[in-house]
Design a protein around this ligand. Structure first.
Ligand code: GLA
Length: 725
């Protein structure tokens, strides 16, 4: 994923080619994916699971082998990873092994490439693996190269093809819709095929997420059992297919969605698939999550080890209805309350077609002179003089038909000729297959940042998905490249932006949680999971998001009550506690608070600043799921296990409370911890009083546990544990 300039390139003699079979182990500290070249010179998957110390033993008897990267047209009768139509029209592919190489990129990453070639045609396939040693994450991608005289057509192009043989298979995935993202559900697989995919083109994660949890033999459990977690690093259409065959074996194909995406590969052209990231855990989903979080903080999310600013966003506070005076007041209040950044949302641009609503102005990135006569620099200055940072909202890939941009370039949008141009939120999508449009989109961001030095933060939004998937730029025989090329070019623009602006913080937003994937995230510091800030909804959305994505980027905002989307009324403390369990922000005007609320908020922000390192960078342990329980509990433990923060939320009122025992996790059994309830309303009595200020060993807390009641509507309780002598 990242480019490592300091590649120390040397060949490991980790693989050995003795007489018959060549074995190629792709290993991390605790896991091994073992590949083998069989006597027909074809690549097979021999083993995937815990690390085997003596791979030599695998030779003693024949193992159960699976084709490692299946192709269509020979003797494979199930879904295939690769289907290509050769230049002469032959619809089959049969890959033979050529060679492999291993490089140690640095102390943590071992890079393996296995080169295959069609046994007859000049079609070359390289399978690449980055094995992240400490995090037990394997990243896999494939490059397909056409060296035939004419073009080859690809109709299936998976990034990965993994096989399993277990008694039962359970798959969990994440699904939902706007304001209801990241629900998790689990299903047992039966013979046949299950597909989890997105066909939305843009804002692809609105309904489903490019991630799955596969549990072998039993339903997924938090701390035990064999789990494979996989996610595709790709902001475009994705597909995971799970096929249980006649022998009850499972094949999992993961990659860009082949749906409506046949790809013509010209002579000498290379098709590079997105990266598929996966991990194996035999300690349940808890370990799987921590593997991904460790990996993400180092490699998967921009600046994953750096502190994040507590921000105030004006979106729900003002929507489009603001002017300079109103914003200056909010900035002033924000600074006084303890915020570190003010984020100006939608509505600041457009003059001929002012952006006073979502039906006009998108595409015209000039400051609206009526609302902001002194421009963005004035607001930046108002922030900086109060020692807080300034952020701005952009939606560079989109256009309202009611805009100067559309008047000038009606052919720049994704559309099919002779069909109605169907709008969503009154807008159309710019066609990123077109290099001129790519340049425009880059320039939108570049220009705003260049002309307004001092912008510290950008919220990059994308508020619709693709209908009418046609391009006036692509030739007739390459119209089906649009989905793939959009995502590929989008990532190139993101990369170019971050190369130029490495120190500006970027948030990935897409009409709520429509763009949460590791393809994008390597260029973003934060991600927005939902427009729904209702605290009960947030408990579920955050719970879902955290299976694969790290807390350091998970923005969560306190907003007004009754909530604008759900209409639910909830206490301010409850709203703060759920936002403080991630990256805290706020979406309401401090001036609309009562004095008591104001004081509480100010204190909560102060408390958050004290605990945020542990929350954002600590290890996550899930203790009680919000699914099937009235109370949900999870905790973060910092690296040296000297501090832990435990969040408890009651989701349903308990009429006759039956308090669960809360067994803490991840602590040091030999350390002593002092317990304290934090972020409490000063005049409330505490459910936690019997533990308050008392000292317990890590062993006690993890084996005897905590036991206290919570039963009123919207109760939440945050516990801080600090190591003491
Ligand atoms: C999307 C985002 C919101 C907000 C609006 C502005 O819906 O998810 O947070 O920025 O756009 O129009």
């Amino acid at each position: 994923m990242k480019i490592y300039r300091t590649i120390i390139s040397f060949l490991l003699v980790a693989a050995y080619s003795v007489q018959a079979a060549t074995y190629i182990p792709v290993t991390t500290n605790n896991t091994c994916l073992l590949l083998k070249v069989n006597d027909k010179n074809r690549l097979e998957q021999t083993y995937f699971g815990p690390k085997i110390r003596n791979v030599e033993e695998m030779r003693i008897v024949d193992q159960q082998n699976f084709a490692a990267y299946t192709t269509f047209g020979t003797n494979h009768v199930f879904e295939a990873a690769l289907r290509a139509i050769q230049a002469d029209g032959n619809t089959s592919t049969e890959l033979g092994y050529m060679n492999f190489s291993v490089q140690k990129k640095n102390d943590n990453i071992i890079y393996t490439t296995i080169s295959l070639k069609d046994e007859y045609y000049d079609l070359f396939v390289d399978i690449h693996y980055n094995a992240y040693q400490q995090e037990d994450i394997i990243e896999q991608w494939v490059e397909i190269k056409n060296k035939q005289k004419k073009s080859v057509k690809l109709t299936n192009f998976a990034s990965s093809d993994l096989s399993f043989n277990a008694s039962k298979y359970y798959v969990s995935h994440f699904h939902g819709d706007w304001s209801n993202e990241m629900n998790i559900s689990e299903q047992q697989l039966t013979e046949g095929i299950k597909i989890i995919d997105s066909k939305l083109g843009v804002r692809t994660t609105q309904f489903t997420h490019p991630a799955f949890i596969l549990s072998l033999n039993q339903q997924a459990a938090e701390n035990s059992g064999e789990i494979i977690g996989g996610t595709l690093a790709w902001p475009g259409n994705f597909q995971f297919s799970f096929e249980v065959d006649n022998m009850d074996k499972l094949r999992v194909l993961s990659g860009a969605n082949p749906y409506a995406s046949e790809y013509t590969l010209e002579k000498n052209e290379i098709f590079k698939t997105p990266s598929f990231l996966f991990t194996y855990s035999n300690e349940g989903t808890g370990k799987m999550t921590r593997n991904f979080h460790w990996w993400a903080r180092k490699y998967g999310i921009k600046n994953g080890d750096k502190e994040r600013a507590v921000l105030l966003n004006n979106w729900e506070a003002t929507y489009f209805d603001f002017d300079e005076a109103k914003l200056t007041k909010i900035i002033d209040d924000a600074a006084k309350m303890g915020f570190e950044l003010f984020l100006l949302d939608d509505g600041w641009f457009g003059n001929k077609y002012p952006r006073n609503n979502d039906n006009a102005g998108l595409g015209d990135w000039e400051t609206n002179r009526k609302k902001l006569p002194n421009g963005i620099p004035y607001l930046i200055n108002e922030c900086h003089k109060r020692n807080i940072k300034f952020g701005i909202w952009l939606e560079p890939e989109m256009v309202n038909p009611k805009s100067e941009l559309y008047e000038q370039h009606p052919d720049w949008v994704i559309a099919q000729p002779f069909r109605e141009r169907v709008e969503q939120r009154n807008q159309l999508i710019l066609d990123l297959s077109n290099p001129k449009v790519q340049e425009f989109v880059f320039n939108v961001i570049d220009k705003v940042l260049r002309e307004n030095p001092g912008i510290d933060y950008v919220k990059w939004d994308a508020n619709r998905y693709v209908y009418n998937s046609g391009s006036s730029y692509l030739p007739a025989d390459k119209q089906t490249h649009l989905f793939f090329d959009y995502a590929k070019n989008l990532m190139l623009i993101m990369e170019k932006v971050r190369r130029k602006y490495p120190d500006v913080t970027f948030m990935a937003c897409s009409g709520g949680g429509g763009r949460i994937d590791y393809g994008s995230m390597q260029y973003f510091d934060e991600y927005w999971i939902s427009d729904n800030n209702d605290p009960i909804q947030r408990i579920f959305t955050q719970w879902g998001a955290q299976y694969f994505f790290p807390t350091i980027g998970l923005a969560s905002h306190v907003s007004v009550s009754p909530n604008h989307i759900s209409g639910r009324t909830s206490p301010l403390k409850y709203r703060f506690d759920i936002a403080m369990a991630a990256k805290l922000g706020m979406d309401l005007q401090p001036s609309q608070m009562t004095e008591k609320e104001y004081k509480f908020s100010q204190n909560a922000i102060k408390t958050y600043k004290e605990i945020r390192n542990t929350v954002l960078l600590g290890d996550l342990y899930r203790i009680l799921s919000p699914y099937g329980h009235n109370r949900t509990v999870y905790m973060y433990v910092n690296e040296n296990k000297s501090e832990a923060i435990v969040f408890n939320f009651l989701i349903r009122k308990e009429v006759y409370p039956k308090p669960p025992t809360i067994m803490l996790q991840g602590l040091d059994a030999n350390k002593q911890y002092m317990l304290k309830e934090i972020n409490k309303n000063p005049d409330d009595w505490s459910r936690f009083s019997k533990y308050e200020g008392k000292k317990f060993s890590g062993e006690y807390l993890m084996t005897v546990g905590l036991h206290f009641a919570m039963y009123d509507e919207y109760e939440s309780l945050v516990i801080q544990l600090n190591e003491v002598e």
